[in-house]
Design a binder for this molecule. Structure first.
Ligand SMILES: Nc1nc2c(ncn2[C@@H]2O[C@H](COP(=O)(O)OP(=O)(O)OP(=O)(O)O)[C@@H](O)[C@H]2O)c(=O)[nH]1
Length: 213
């Protein structure tokens, strides 16, 4: 739950310190963000109203689904049972498959928590992807602090769309469903975290593509 009236203050409160406020972490890890107290903000407020706040939340986590509320009044059947981490249910990942769907953000402040989206055509070698993601998440090879990761993969030798999900060091790659005939078989991975380097991620992922010997 985000307090609409105080969000900006909470996000800015770290500017003079070396650590991030908890608000960044909570938004980065959220699947659903309840943006509460929207009756207390208006477009005349410094920095804009609810729309601006939604933009700021999406800058940190462009995968989050935002529900504006007053007194947290929300239909529970909408926000519960999202099955966001069920790798075999692709409904929450379908948006990733849409072309031209840019989810990357530049972050609110230099070096803050942000979303980065990697997109590559071709088929990947699953073993290479495992080594690649383990180097990033476990060995912190590129000094990136990845909070979460979600994506779809087109795996060589399989007609199944695979999903990749990670929370901190724990990750999972599983077959989810058959690729559809007319579907653009791509690899698309969204990273949410801190100190993300787009060029390094794109270059290193290139080595995961399957190559005929
Ligand atoms: N106008 C308005 N007031 C609200 C809303 N939600 C809560 N409040 C009031 O805001 C006051 C503080 O409530 P909260 O922000 O939920 O209280 P809190 O102590 O911060 O609660 P925690 O965040 O759980 O620690 C109470 O008087 C609530 O009735 C809202 O959407 N609109």
């Amino acid at each position: 739950v985000v307090d609409a009236k105080n969000l900006r203050y909470q996000l800015n409160s770290h500017k003079d310190s070396s650590s991030f406020p908890e608000a960044y972490n909570q938004i980065a890890f959220a699947d659903v963000v309840i943006l509460n107290k929207v009756d207390l903000v208006s477009s005349e407020d410094l920095g804009g109203g609810v729309e601006e706040l939604e933009k700021e939340i999406h800058c940190i986590n462009s995968l989050a689904w935002i529900v504006p509320t007053i007194r947290c009044q929300v239909d529970l059947s909408v926000i519960l049972n999202c099955a966001s981490y069920d790798g075999t249910r692709t409904s929450h990942l379908e948006a990733l498959l849409k072309d031209n769907n840019s989810l990357s953000t530049t972050g609110l402040h230099d070096n803050s928590v942000r979303t980065m989206c990697l997109s590559k055509p071709g088929q990947v070698d699953l073993n290479k992807v495992r080594v690649w993601i383990e180097e990033i998440l476990w060995e912190k090879k590129h000094s990136m602090d990845v909070y979460r990761c979600k994506g779809v993969l087109s795996v060589h030798g399989s007609d199944q769309l695979h999903t990749l999900q990670a929370v901190r060091e724990i990750y999972e790659i599983v077959p989810a469903r058959k690729w559809l005939e007319d579907e653009n078989k791509i690899n698309k991975i969204v990273f949410i975290g801190h100190s993300l380097n787009e060029d390094i991620l794109a270059d290193s992922f290139q080595d995961c593509l399957f190559q005929d010997q």
